[in-house]
Design a protein around this ligand. Sequence first.
Ligand SMILES: Nc1nc2c(ncn2[C@@H]2O[C@H](COP(=O)(O)OP(=O)(O)OP(=O)(O)O)[C@@H](O)[C@H]2O)c(=O)[nH]1
Ligand SMILES: [Mg+2]
Length: 193
Amino acid sequence: MLGILLAGGKSRRFERDKLLFRVDGKPLIQYAFERLESASLIDKIVVVASPENARALEELGYRVVVDRMLLGPISGVYTALGLGDAFIVAGDMPLIVPEFVDYIIARFERSGGRVCVPRWENGYLEPLHAVYPAEFRSVLEQRIGNGDYALNRAIRSTDACYIGLESVPEEWLLGLFNVNRKEDLKKLSRTLF
Ligand SMILES: Nc1nc2c(ncn2[C@@H]2O[C@H](COP(=O)(O)OP(=O)(O)OP(=O)(O)O)[C@@H](O)[C@H]2O)c(=O)[nH]1
Ligand SMILES: [Mg+2]
């Protein structure tokens, strides 16, 4: 399965490009890359970047595709699905749990190729840690065309496969942690070092 790291955000809350920000000498996105790479069902990783950070990411050695729409995650997913079915994850998730990634991909295979997305007990979805079939691209195209950029609504409009987070090992939930603000780096350091 193709692995995609979304990297076209604005980092408004972080106040500078968080994915290139070095944590213990390594760009933040590299943590997500390494953990995604060690999932056994992931065979290739592509970064979906913005025109602003594409060059810097390429120089770090990543395969990069540019998202020219930058409408938020929806256009990142839309761009990614031009490459095929994919496990799509936010580049700001440095604690990805490889077993959890494999589990979602396996569920996708068994579901007959539906969108497979983690769901909290309160109904909240984790669309940036999910598998999407390439065919979902046409759903997104239509919604983008109608000016509806909510990825969650696009998912709910289809017959998606939901992974109940109340029934997965508790350690996996850490994989959903994402860095939005500088303060979040403290939590990251406590977990990593
Ligand atoms: N390709 C692409 N990725 C995006 C886009 N918007 C957000 N992302 C990525 O999606 C992930 C989650 O987004 P956020 O946490 O909201 O990140 P952000 O937009 O950079 O940060 P804020 O401006 O603080 O909301 C991050 O890895 C972003 O890089 C977009 O328009 N295109
Ligand atoms: Mg985030």
